[in-house]
Design a protein around this ligand. Structure first.
Ligand SMILES: Nc1ncnc2c1ncn2[C@@H]1O[C@H](COP(=O)(O)OP(=O)(O)OP(=O)(O)O)[C@@H](O)[C@H]1O
Ligand SMILES: [Mg+2]
Length: 255
């Protein structure tokens, strides 16, 4: 399997007026093509910091990030970033929210428009192109935000607690939808979440971080006996509880 991302011995400290905060220490992991990698860890353990480093919003204090297989072909973005809040602008329609990034980059051509129309139809938002974000449910808004990210044709997605603003019912069905969309589009993803069950049901491997400064305590591969894994089916797998207990212990044992 090809590696799409290689992270080697990353350290990062924030510098503020009140001093230095070491956020992560010696963090290494890889992401393979078509893989969904989860990152779980206590609040403040540096999960969002790691995503910002991968995306290039922050520069590591030391260590290296290689995105070797992520080729930057004309008009495509190697990495897409999706946050907990959907950041849809109320003053633009859903369609014009989705096209915003492309408009800014002068990349909104016929091919991209066709691609967006197809995603809107495939993912149940066809009739909502002209709606304002406030007219959509939380789940629909998250789908619109995902289409906006996918319109830039990223090869890998960084997802920072993308479902945590949703109520627990919606959360399950949106996770199911987004999982299906990402698999269908053959994306790799890094998913940050507080939710152990969500990580097990969504991810192929899970990186467990320690308390701040975040270090990698363990990387756990998830193998569930379900045919054709989806987040909902995964929750019924016989191994699910065992993984849950294992990850719970990893998170709560600070040894
Ligand atoms: N801009 C900043 N300036 C200074 N310190 C920061 C900044 N952003 C984060 N930190 C500190 O770095 C540490 C890691 O923060 P980060 O947001 O990456 O954690 P996290 O694991 O994503 O937490 P959460 O689960 O609460 O989202 C925290 O202790 C935080 O206080
Ligand atoms: Mg965070």
């Amino acid at each position: 399997m090809n590696k799409v991302l290689e992270i080697d011995s990353l350290d990062f400290s924030y510098h503020t007026l009140s001093g230095e905060t070491k956020a992560i220490e010696n963090v290494s992991f890889d992401v393979f093509e078509n893989e969904f990698l989860g990152i779980i860890g206590p609040s403040g353990s540096g999960k969002s910091t790691i995503l910002s480093l991968i995306f290039g919003l922050l520069t590591p204090t030391s260590g290296e990030i290689h995105a070797a297989e992520l080729t930057h072909t004309a008009g495509d973005t190697p990495i897409g970033y999706m946050l907990q809040k959907d950041h849809l602008f109320e003053w633009r329609s859903i369609y014009r929210n989705i096209t915003l990034g492309l408009e800014i980059n002068h990349q909104l051509n016929d091919e991209k428009k066709e691609f967006i129309d197809k995603m809107l139809a495939d993912y149940g938002l066809d009739g909502f192109k002209d709606a304002r974000p406030s007219q959509l449910s939380g789940g629909m808004r998250q789908r619109a935000a995902l289409i906006r990210t996918l319109a830039l044709k990223p090869q890998m997605l960084l997802l920072d607690e993308p479902f945590s603003a949703l109520d627990s019912q919606t959360r399950l069905s949106v996770a199911e939808d987004i999982y299906g969309i990402l698999k269908k589009e053959h994306k790799s993803a890094v998913l940050v979440t507080h939710d152990i069950s969500e990580a097990i049901s969504f991810c192929d491997r899970i990186v467990v971080l320690s308390q701040r400064p975040g270090t990698v305590k363990n990387i756990i591969p998830i193998h569930l006996s379900v045919d054709e894994k989806t987040p909902l089916k995964a929750r019924n797998a016989p191994e699910f509880r065992e993984y849950f207990n294992m990850l719970w212990r990893e998170l709560h044992d600070e040894g």
